[in-house]
Design a protein around this ligand. Structure first.
Ligand SMILES: *Cc1c(COP(=O)(O)O)cnc(C)c1O
Length: 518
């Protein structure tokens, strides 16, 4: 690097930091203003600019443009502590530093080359630490482990492994000359034909939308996803008896895809260890695969082991009995996009799906660290493990538990504000609780998601827009039992429980008095 490019970057970084934390005293807005969006849009290069189009601006002018036009038109999902839409984590400072280091050293982490770079070993150390934080058991039990771009990519790997697992088990059972071939070699059509399988089903209960996408990508088809809701009131729970009936069908192979938790309510497909033990027993008996989509919900296992969180611990117990697990890094772990993790007990299934047939120099025999290109979707890949490694190292088990606990406390505080108001209804089961108890609500099942609606339809229709227009907090609009609802997901390390609750309380009260005034 030349001295001048070094100076350029140092100055640019400090300007970026100044712009991100612009200390006007006011909290950063969750959304840019329309004028800022308009200005940024107008500043984008266009072929209509004639000869100027694609004429190099040089790096100084480009940085000016990035800071003056583009940055102001980005949303505040990292800058604000109250951007609670989707499930959006923020970025811990140490993670951002590590991310910059990953860019500065630009490692291509695709082959395990222990004599040349420590990168794959850092990745593996991070994966092992994460297993520890999530209490998933010994690393040797999860020999298939890798960083992905996010939960969607991990769910794709989960269904691809599930497909491979359920078909290969049947292929070796049927024999007939095909026993040496795996489903990934034969392809799904031939494998099904040889194995006597006419259908592969993905059994779930309110599976995340990315599950359908994953089913489509891996060739099962999104129509293969079957919803098995426990009941109309608890649709996030999987109906165990229905699952058993599906598993018993002749000629049908099943992947059980458990939401832990469901993205609207945060509730879980299974209720704890007993449910998981029964599913495990059924899956073993009928040759099914269990995949857990634990994108954000699995972090309940990392909460402090106190009464305050005992119900969440109970619900999340047993998830370690799965064959494969999806974890998101860019949500609760507060590392930058993109970062997800995939764990499977069955590394041979994972390598059978993902092996990059290649020269021997890519193989490393004497290590339990796999070359990432043989266990994931990509070949070339970013050193996205480094920010996760930095967070795990810096916070440790206790620091992370504290961070997750604050998220849950804020979510429960918001649920309480909603519950205490006569004008809002806490979902999914506030109404049932109101009828049954007439007293306080039980928030032991509340993790980081809060779902609610306004009782007055006129307000409910515009509630999400009204909240988001404040710029001081941001929520997602969703639907619950056919009606519009507000979904809050708290996943930001910067939250201030007391202050943020006050903002929510004042804001929700204002809409009611505003509605009465008009
Ligand atoms: C967010 C989420 C996904 C999709 O994750 P990406 O990281 O956006 O790919 C999948 N499942 C669940 C439960 C989620 O919360």
């Amino acid at each position: 690097m030349t001295a001048s490019s070094d100076e350029f970057m140092q100055e640019a970084y400090s300007r970026i930091r100044a712009s991100v934390s612009s200390n006007s005293g006011a909290p950063p807005s969750t959304l840019p203003q329309t004028a800022q969006l308009r200005r940024a849009r107008a500043s984008l290069p266009s072929p209509s600019h004639g000869a100027a189009y694609l004429q190099g601006w040089g790096h100084e002018a480009t940085v000016e443009h990035l800071l003056d036009d583009i940055a102001p038109a980005l949303n505040g999902q990292n800058r604000s502590s109250r951007y609670w839409g989707f499930v959006t984590g923020a970025v811990l400072p140490v993670a951002e530093v590590a991310d910059n280091l990953a860019s500065a050293y630009d490692q291509n982490v695709q082959v395990h080359l222990p004599d040349q770079t420590i990168a794959t070993e850092v990745e593996d150390a991070a994966l092992k630490m994460l297993l520890g934080v999530l209490h998933l058991g010994r690393a040797e039990e999860w020999a298939g482990r890798t960083f992905t771009t996010g939960a969607t990519a991990s769910n794709i790997l989960g269904l691809a492994c599930g497909r491979e697992g359920v078909l290969s088990a049947r292929l070796s059972a049927t024999g007939g000359g095909q026993e040496k071939k795996t489903a990934s070699e034969l392809g799904i059509l031939a494998a099904c034909l040889h194995a006597g399988v006419r259908e592969i089903r993905v059994l779930t209960s309110m599976g995340h939308s990315s599950l359908s996408k994953a089913a489509s990508i891996v060739g099962l088809g999104s129509a293969a996803v079957h919803e098995l809701p426990h009941s109309a009131d608890e649709p996030w729970r999987i109906d165990m008896d229905a699952a058993q009936r599906e598993l018993q069908q002749d000629g049908v192979a099943c992947i059980i895809a458990l939401s832990a938790g469901e993205v609207n309510t945060g509730r879980s497909a299974t209720q704890g260890l007993e449910d998981m033990q029964r599913l495990r027993q059924m899956a073993d008996q009928y040759g099914a695969w269990i995949h857990v989509d634990g994108a954000f919900g699995i972090f309940a296992r990392a909460l402090p082991e106190t009464d305050e969180f005992s119900r969440l611990h109970q619900t999340a117990a047993g998830l370690e009995l799965a064959d494969s697990i999806t974890v998101d890094g860019h949500k609760l772990l507060n590392v930058p996009y993109d970062c997800g993790v995939f764990f499977t007990r069955n590394v041979s299934v994972l390598t059978s799906v993902c092996r990059n047939p290649n020269a021997a120099y890519l193989c490393s025999e004497a290590s339990d660290i796999q070359s990432p290109l043989n266990i994931g979707l990509e070949n070339s890949r970013r050193f996205r493990a480094l920010p996760a490694y930095a967070v795990l190292l810096s916070e440790g088990r206790e620091g992370l538990a504290d961070m997750f606990a604050r998220m849950v406390r804020l979510a429960r505080g918001i649920a309480e504000v909603v519950w205490d108001s006569p004008d809002y209804l806490l979902l999914p089961d506030g109404q049932a609780q109101e009828q049954q108890q007439g007293g306080g609500t039980d928030l032991g099942d509340t993790h980081i998601c809060v779902l609610f609606r306004a009782k007055a339809d006129s307000l409910n229709d515009v509630l999400v827009e009204a909240i988001n227009a404040t710029g001081s907090w941001y929520v997602s609009g969703t639907k619950w039992k056919g009606q519009k609802a507000v979904r809050v997901a708290v996943a930001n390390w910067k939250i201030d429980v007391t202050e943020d609750l006050e903002v929510v309380r004042r804001s929700l009260a204002k809409y009611i008095s505003g509605a009465q005034d008009s």
